[in-house]
Design a protein around this ligand. Structure first.
Ligand code: ARG
Length: 466
């Protein structure tokens, strides 16, 4: 049993918390990650208190010097974190008051409830910037791969069955679109995080004459014109965890995109497909089977997506049943938030590393895409150009496919006689359809995999990522 009273809130208590309760209740083991944001918040808050006359400027300066010294200790790894002080706020406040007694005035007109809400918003703004820089790096690798393999064609798949030919570039640019939307999503999260909760107090603000706009401005909670942005309802501000949930959703969806990319690459690197090879540096071997070369980086990327999804459900579940306003349950929001942040940055980096060392087997790709069945739809389109209604054309080609299958021949090698028997519309130069180059050049509208359309898309991406 810990007999010592909790120094910060211990006034009304006869004894300190039970040791087990301390272990259950502490968050400093993970929320110390917010320390530098917490210090920035305390500096802004004390600057504001001095501005409105609650602190003398000399007191503010002493507090700032103390906070700066603590920040240096933390950065150098020399700060002694104490779990019995519960969280990051109380660790820093007590270390500060020990050196600067007047810091006992720092917590005026502030609660840990608006303090933690502020710390997390600052953290998320920084995290969004970091994720965006990482997304940019990964996007650059993807677009470079697209440029290097713009002329390599492979079958595109639906239902995991060969569908129609595409270029590797077009396939990769599909992922560029997804990651491009992820960038927009993280930018939107940073925007919704950009409101300052300080001044909301524990739930109902404060009777003291604070200047919320000043504090917000100090911390960079401003709009595009530099106008301060302060949260508009004190109860919402301390109870709201939308920002953490939005960030984690953006991470979960981005992880889903990476997981789908991983899945495609895992298939492509199998002996069965043989389209691609990932670098040694991002593969691992088997402890038992000497021949193995496993795509662990990609499998882990797929696995991490599930972990980030778990973080999102954690946050949704954590908040859904909470009465307003602050409840201690909310302390645990940091665990999924931090993990989602870490896993998405790591996954993006690993995706970039794996992709940048990837090589393609052009012969295997060419052999796979040479399957004339991939152009069965083009043949139906050819019939449409001859005036055959598409539904009839589809049936006619379907019959031709059945004939080819029965004869054990590729679609374009069915005899004219047999083709005419399948449908009288098969007269003339129907075989010219089975020319891949022609087929790709017929697909040059916006968004299609024609070589010029893809070259245009690559150039647009390169401009966007410059
Ligand atoms: N460590 C707490 C959290 O992260 C800070 C707020 C605590 N507030 C309170 N009234 N106990 O949520």
């Amino acid at each position: 049993m810990a007999k010592r009273k909790q120094v910060t809130w211990g006034g009304r208590f006869a004894s300190g918390p039970n040791a087990l309760m301390q272990r259950f209740s502490e968050s400093v083991s993970f929320d110390k990650r917010l320390a530098l944001f917490d210090i920035a918040g305390s500096k802004a808050h004390s600057a504001m208190l001095a501005k409105v006359g609650i602190l003398k400027s000399s007191e503010r300066d002493a507090i700032h010097r103390g906070l700066d010294a603590i920040a240096r200790e933390i950065t150098a790894g020399k700060f002694r974190w104490r779990t019995e002080l519960e969280d990051v706020h109380m660790n820093i406040e007590q270390a500060l008051t020990a050196r600067v007694p007047v810091a006992a005035k720092l917590h005026t007109a502030r609660s840990r409830n608006d303090q933690i809400a502020t710390d997390v918003r600052l953290y998320i703004k920084a995290a969004c910037a970091e994720v965006d820089a990482t997304l940019l790096d990964t996007l650059r690798v993807i677009v470079k791969l697209a440029r290097q393999h713009a002329d390599v064609l492979i079958p595109g798949y639906t239902h995991m069955q060969r569908a129609q030919p595409v270029s590797i570039a077009h396939h990769f640019l599909a992922f560029a679109e997804m990651l491009g939307r992820d960038r927009a999503r993280f930018a939107a999260v940073a925007e919704s995080a950009n409101w300052c909760p300080l001044g909301s107090g524990a739930i109902a603000g404060t009777t003291l004459p604070i200047d919320r706009e000043f504090t917000a401005k100090q911390l960079g909670f401003v709009d595009a014109k530099g106008k301060p942005r302060v949260t508009r309802n004190s109860m919402d501000a301390v109870a709201d965890r939308d920002i953490a949930t939005e960030f984690t959703f953006a991470a979960a969806l981005c992880a889903t995109h990476l997981s789908r990319l991983a899945e495609d690459l895992i298939l492509w690197t199998t002996t069965e497909f043989g389209f691609a090879r990932i670098p040694d540096a991002f593969s691992t071997g088997s402890s038992l089977m000497p021949q193995k070369r496993n795509p662990d980086s990609l499998e882990l990327m797929r696995g991490k997506a599930a972990r980030v999804h778990g973080s999102l459900t954690h946050l949704l579940g954590l908040t859904k049943g909470l009465p307003l306003t602050y409840n201690r349950d909310l302390q645990d929001d940091k665990v999924p938030l931090f993990d989602a942040h870490d896993q998405i940055v790591l996954s993006l980096q690993v995706a970039g590393g794996t992709l940048s060392g990837m090589t393609f087997n052009r012969a295997r790709c060419a052999a796979a895409v040479a399957d004339p069945a991939l152009l069965a739809t083009d043949l139906a389109d050819w019939l449409v150009c001859k005036g055959v209604p598409f539904r009839h054309a589809h049936h006619a080609v379907g019959r031709l496919v059945a004939v080819a299958e029965k004869m054990g021949k590729p679609l374009n090698q069915v005899s004219d006689h047999a083709a005419l028997a399948a449908d009288p519309a098969f007269k003339g130069d129907w075989r010219k359809v089975f020319d891949l180059k022609r087929a790709m050049q017929a697909r040059e509208k916006t968004g299609m995999p024609g070589p010029r359309a893809v070259a245009g898309a690559i150039a647009r991406w390169e401009r966007e990522l410059r």
